[in-house]
Design a protein around this ligand. Sequence first.
Ligand code: HEM
Length: 330
Amino acid sequence: MKAMFSSPLLKPGLIALAVTLAMPLQGQAAETATGANLVDALQALGGPSAGLRKAHAHGVCFTGSFTPDSASAAAITKSPAYTASTSYPVSGRFSMGGPNPHAPDNAKEGRGLAVRLTPNADASMDLVLASTPMFAAATPDEFLELLTTVKSGDKEKIGAFMKTHDAPGRQHAWLEARPVYASFATTPYYGIHAFRFVNAAGKITMGKIVTTPVGEATGLSDAEAKAKGGDFLAAELAGRVAKGPAKIDVAVQIAEAGDSLNDPTKDWPDTRKTVHLGTLNIEKAGGTACVGEVFMPTAVTEGVELGTDPILPMRATAYAVSYGRRLSGK
Ligand code: HEM
């Protein structure tokens, strides 16, 4: 902006206009989002979290395997993660959304599923999914503004933000319309971002990852959820997988003309066609294997490419900041 103000081409009227445009317009972010200020804002909201993830802080590790459905997947992707001829081991983590390390398991809040698919020594891809099909903000700046507005506690400011941004309300309503799921393994998860899936013939298909629990997506009644208390999901998962693997189907929801490819607040109709990619088998729960890991939503193999959604690359930056802070005990 300094260069603009000093430009000899700018007459006083234009300078006034430039100053006006440089001022944050009502409802726009005053600050440009970076990985660091987003993580600062999450930490400010979540309370003390030394050594822990700065979002999805409360969670449980798991290990298991992935069984690709190569016959189905090959139509849209050549990724070895989905077209390998045999099952291969995986590790991952389930979590409660948000930055609070004590986020109660029995709240109608978002959950997360992260899993590293490593079909061979040369290929690795992370899926980092949430339990709503939409995100609360369209851009990193908007997400920063949302976090800082909520943190301000100023009811008028929060109300004004929600009036001009419907995504947080729609996300909240989506969760409210569904039960608290009885298990991390019986919760549906969504990739939210559109990725480019590329098959062996080079054909590109835009799609979003969606998962479905094999068996029932069992929900708790409000009274049951209350009785469970705030910390039951890790033990439930351990008990469940002790009796046999918990299975989760992984598929891609295929875009149709007019579906937004770069706005993660715009979920696609659930009538979209899906292509089955494989089945995740959760075999062991607990332990600390995932504690020192970072799952990167931008880590992909050949056959899967990042789309144009601006939230996705910012996630990689923010996760790196969070990882650095938690490794150094902050
Ligand atoms: C700009 C937007 C976002 C920011 C700033 C953000 C920030 C973060 C941070 C800082 C972490 C902790 C990373 C670590 O220390 O390993 C995290 C974890 C996570 N985020 Fe995000 N996130 C964003 C968007 C999303 C979206 C769109 C999804 C779902 C599609 C998502 C799902 C998750 C999950 C599941 C985890 C936990 C991963 C694990 O268990 O290791 N986040 N997020």
